[in-house]
Write a protein that binds this ligand. Structure first.
Ligand SMILES: [Zn+2]
Length: 746
């Protein structure tokens, strides 16, 4: 058996719990203590100079934030005001601060004792992910003493880099009615004062200070400053090869969604997964005409399974260096919302929580229990009762400030409603992302037996019926990784034998697609089988009454010849070029072809079309990455044997990037009111424009900042024409526009 990259399937924390907090001033402000003092200890107090030199990196912050941060707030400097001594019956302090990016443990006095034994803030903070600070003010005042609303401020500064100024966090809600901390309900976003620290600053060592104020008898009263030191865990970007599905079946035509739809739909994952961003390594259009309402066979049904197998083949044919994900436009008849497992998945545009589940399956995550879900994860914590997918802790949307409450919100890995993320899934995904497909895991798999050689593998897709019939679907062989053994165990196995019937290799089959069960009428497999030199036959031991199914591997592979390219290879090419080839195989055999492309002389290959029965394909070079060392390849396969042929090297010119904007779906609506969230990219086959070079601009408020994902809190009410612009990669620029209505609050 091959040594595989093993991964703990259980959702246990893998990251050590760090003491993220400075033990400073919690509860220290008792009756009669002078208020308005500066924070004690090792951390510098906010000073006039720092406030005067607030310089924001323009690339990541919105204009609203910039204004917020450039304003010299005289209130923030009020620690120099002489302290006010209050009467013993008046207490005003901060009970605590919760640092959350999606979910967090925090025991407020209202909710003690906790239903778990986790320490406060035990969920690690992720580097470069937006961060919400929830401040819990505690106001105790004499009866009949009138007081205004409690307001607050949060300032932050990196302490691991010298000379950083204090910056002011973005206000998510402006004020809260003053109340005793013991009556603060974490489920109510407006019982706390909430602030966002933009992702750009969420790294290194971050010191965060908060202070609240309230107007009593015409005079501002201040809490002491409460300080925290936050540290962050680095998690890799999530690697995706994106496939927009062009769907055409029975008169229903849905063109492929653009890459900006991937960025917009995956914002839900930016919020709920322990990660900061995606790297969409490539974008291709794939064609699909399957019936997604066909649920026969179990699992996702035959329609979705066919799409899943197509993605698995693409994953194998591109060398297993990233997850593969497909999105479709809504309006295609379907029974299920998505399907995933074995490093691939598919779902619809706008369904962020379904994408979160399917990509979770792709990385090996099982279902959270409850609501008749199949194959629940036995290690999922019993937050409320064993059959519940309750999220177990309060969640927070860092853009809108919306709180998700454990009593009515459920983990996105399950089937129950109002999806968000539990600490269990969140922490487990850190480990999953660290083990995602990448050039590193490909290399590790190649060296699985400490041989560090490339092995030819047969990538075979097949189905097995409940009575043991084996149905080979598609296959091709090439040098590549063996893949991992993650998946649900079955009673089925596969063997390789030599001419004398000696077993050369054997493997128990696993169900990689997460919705399958071995009780289904059909199970689908996608296996990498090493093509050892003495191999003569494949033996499937799948419980057939007549014994194992034996399939001889043909001794001879088909032949393939590519016609010489008809253009002058000394000139850089663009547009569509016809690729023609001829094949030969034994009688009773059928050849299918895969066309692949490289722009780095064959280091990496990208499949352009799979399982083609034709011997001609029009290659659109405008949709492919440019380079001087480009080649096309045809892999001709008779299922179990494959031969390759390549063109000579040629150059492909660069296609200019094109800007596009997609709205970020919010609870099924795209209408923006108080917070505007948009996804944009300047897409070219050579990759999207660098995030640092992208700008967002509003017709009313001017510059809004940079990046692929815009969160604009506190925009001026009215109609904004928001534009996204970026360099086009060939010396010009490209831009797209989107109109949003921002409604006045209240
Ligand atoms: Zn699922």
């Amino acid at each position: 058996m091959e040594k595989q990259i093993e991964r703990q399937p259980a959702c246990k924390p893998e990251v050590g719990i760090e003491k993220q907090f400075l033990r400073t001033t919690e509860f220290f402000n008792l009756e009669g203590v002078a208020l308005g003092i500066v924070p004690p200890g090792a951390v510098e107090p906010l000073d006039t100079e720092a406030a005067a030199t607030l310089d924001m990196p323009p690339s990541t912050l919105t204009k609203a934030e910039t204004i917020e941060n450039n304003a010299v707030d005289s209130e923030a400097l009020s620690h120099i005001i002489p302290p006010t001594i209050l009467t013993p019956t008046f207490i005003f302090n901060i009970e605590g601060m919760e640092a959350t990016q999606a979910t967090q443990f925090y025991t407020s006095s209202h909710s003690r004792p906790a239903s778990h034994d986790e320490t406060d803030n035990a969920v690690p903070l992720i580097e470069r992910k937006h961060l919400v600070i929830r401040v819990y003010p505690n106001l105790v005042k004499p009866w009949r003493q009138a007081a205004g609303a409690v307001q607050g401020e949060v300032w932050f500064k990196r302490t691991d880099i010298a000379g950083q100024p204090y910056r002011k966090a973005v206000v998510l809600n402006g004020s809260t009615a003053g109340r005793r901390a013991a009556t603060i309900d974490r489920g109510n976003a407006n019982h706390t004062l909430n602030f966002r620290i933009p992702d750009f600053y969420a790294r290194g060592k971050l010191v965060v200070y908060s202070r609240c104020k309230v107007l009593v008898a015409g005079q501002w009263k201040y809490t002491p400053w409460l300080g925290r030191l936050l540290t962050f865990v680095r998690v890799p970007v999530v690697r995706i090869r994106a496939h927009g599905v062009h769907y055409h079946r029975n008169g229903i035509l849905k063109t492929a969604p653009p890459l900006s739809d991937f960025i917009a739909t995956s914002v839900y994952l930016r919020k709920t997964w322990p990660m900061s961003r995606f790297n969409f390594l490539s974008y291709d259009v794939i064609h699909f005409a399957g019936d997604l309402t066909n649920t026969a066979g179990g699992g996702c049904g035959q329609g979705w399974s066919a799409l899943w197998r197509q993605l698995r083949a693409l994953y194998n044919a591109s060398g297993q260096d990233a997850n593969h994900y497909a999105l479709m436009k809504k309006g295609i008849p379907t029974t299920y919302g998505g399907c995933g497992g074995g490093n691939v998945g598919a779902s619809f545009v706008g369904d962020g929580s379904i994408m979160a589940q399917e990509l979770g399956h792709a990385l090996g995550r099982s279902h959270a229990p409850g609501c008749d879900v199949g194959g629940p994860d036995p290690s999922y914590p019993h937050y409320t009762h064993p059959q519940s997918a309750a999220i177990g802790e309060f969640g927070m949307d860092y853009a809108t400030g919306k709180v998700y409450t454990p009593s009515n919100s459920n983990d996105f890995m399950g089937y129950c409603g109002n999806p968000w993320v539990s600490p269990c899934t969140y922490r487990a995904l850190i480990s999953d992302i660290n083990h995602q497909p990448s050039p590193v895991t490909v290399e590790a798999s190649r060296c699985a037996k400490n041989l560090c050689h490339s092995q030819e593998h047969l990538y075979l897709d097949f189905g097995v019926s409940s009575n043991g019939d084996v149905d080979l679907q598609s296959g091709f062989s090439m040098e590549g990784p063996g893949g991992n053994s993650n998946g649900g165990p079955t009673k089925h196995s596969i063997e390789l034998q030599d001419g004398q019937g000696r077993v050369l290799w054997a493997k128990r089959l696993v169900l990689k697609e997460a919705h399958q069960s071995h009780d289904d009428s059909h199970t689908w497999y996608s296996e990498a089988i090493p093509m050892l030199s003495e191999v003569a036959r494949l033996v499937f031991k799948c419980g057939h009454a007549n014994g194992p199914t034996i399939i001889d591997i043909p001794k001879k592979a088909p032949t393939v010849n590519i016609e010489a390219l008809k253009f002058d290879i000394s000139e850089a090419q663009s547009g569509t070029v016809p690729l023609k080839w001829t094949t030969q195989c034994g009688k009773d055999e059928q050849v299918t072809s895969i066309v692949r492309y490289t722009n780095d002389g064959g280091e990496t290959w990208r499949p352009l079309v799979m399982a083609l029965g034709e011997t001609e394909y029009k290659v659109n070079l405008d949709q492919l990455p440019s380079g001087k060392n480009c080649k096309l390849q045809v892999m001709a396969s008779t299922l179990l044997r494959t031969t390759m042929a390549e063109t000579e090297m040629f150059a492909v010119s660069r296609t200019p990037a094109q800007a596009m904007i997609s709205p970020v779906p919010q609870d099924g609506q795209t209408q923006q009111s108080e917070v505007v969230e948009l996804a944009g990219c300047a897409y070219s086959p050579d990759g999207c424009a660098d995030e640092d070079d992208c700008r967002w601009n509003s017709s009313l408020d001017g510059d809004l900042g940079g990046g692929e994902y815009l969160i604009a809190n506190n925009l001026t009410p009215g109609e904004h024409v928001i534009s996204f612009s970026a360099p086009d990669g060939v010396g010009g620029s490209t831009h797209a526009e989107y109109t949003v209505q921002v409604l006045a609050q209240g």
